[in-house]
Every structure is written in C-alpha cells, then in structure tokens.
Ligand binder design. Structure first.
Ligand code: HEC
Ligand code: HEC
Length: 84
C-alpha cells in the first residue's frame, strides 16, 4: 500500500469513529400532543428551565414511574429534545 492510501484509510476511520460517538439520538423527544403542547410554548417564551419545572407534576413515582434504568433526571429537555 502507498503511504497516501494508508492516510486515506486512517482519515476514513477517524470520521467513522466520530460519527459513532455522536450522542444518542434515539432518546424519545418531548411528545407534541395536547398534554405537552403547552411546554413547547413555555420553552419558546421563557426557556427550557421554566418548562422543566412542571414535568414531575405528572412524571413521578406515584403517577407515572420512570423506566427502571432511567438516567439522572436533572434536565428533562436536555435529553428529551423538542420536535423543533
Ligand atoms: C399533565 C401531565 C404531564 C406533564 C406535566 C408532562 N407529561 Fe410527559 N407524559 C404525560 C403522559 C400522560 C404521557 C403518555 C402519553 C403521551 O405520550 O402523551 C407522557 C409521555 C411523555 C414521554 C414519553 C413519550 C413517548 O414517546 O413514549 C416523554 C419523553 C415525556 N412525557 C416528557 C415530558 C417532559 C420533558 C415534560 C416536562 C416539560 C412532561 N413530559 C410533562 C403526562 C405529562
Ligand atoms: C440524561 C438524559 C435524560 C434526562 C436528563 C431525562 N431523561 Fe427521560 N429518558 C432518557 C432515556 C435514555 C430514556 C430511555 C428510553 C428512551 O429512549 O426514551 C428515558 C425515558 C423516559 C421516559 C419513558 C419513555 C418511554 O419509553 O415511554 C419518560 C416519560 C421520561 N424519560 C421523562 C423524563 C422527564 C420528565 C425528565 C425530567 C424530570 C427526564 N426524562 C430526564 C434520558 C433522559
């Protein structure tokens, strides 16, 4: 193999690795239904923190338990992104 071919190969591997390490985009988005619609307005008006205050009114141990392996819940909308 020529030196140039090896460099091209390494470059390709680096790009693949970066793509592979990108954040998990499969985490469910904040639903855009009648329940959650108002949080879209709050986020757009007052920011994510303002909206996140309300999530655990419903999403809590008593009413709607989280999946057992749910990660730490500090900022809901940091992970459960808006559908634009
Ligand atoms: C008034 C009660 C209520 C509040 C407040 C609420 N949710 Fe929900 N949430 C629900 C219900 C009911 C469901 C299940 C039905 C559905 O998908 O709408 C749900 C489902 C979800 C799901 C799963 C969607 C799926 O595809 O399975 C996510 C993620 C979620 N909520 C995030 C949030 C976040 C983040 C907030 C705060 C910004 C929030 N919810 C505030 C009631 C609520
Ligand atoms: C560090 C990232 C992170 C944060 C912060 C976070 N979540 Fe999650 N959440 C996840 C992951 C990963 C799952 C696993 C299932 C999935 O892919 O949606 C999940 C699952 C859920 C589900 C169940 C969805 C289903 O499968 O039906 C709900 C509801 C939910 N989260 C609500 C919340 C709420 C409300 C908050 C804030 C109090 C929150 N999450 C904060 C990452 C996060």
């Amino acid at each position: 193999m020529k030196k140039r071919d090896i460099l091209v190969l390494i470059g390709g591997l680096v790009i693949l690795t970066i793509l592979w390490m990108a954040p998990d985009e499969t985490t469910k988005h904040l639903p855009k239904d009648t329940i959650h619609q108002k949080f879209y307005s709050i986020v757009h008006k007052d920011g994510k923190k303002a909206a996140e205050k309300f999530c655990q009114d419903c999403h809590n141990k008593e009413q709607m338990p989280f999946p057992e392996n749910h990660p730490p819940k500090f900022r809901c909308i940091f992970c459960h992104k808006l559908d634009n």
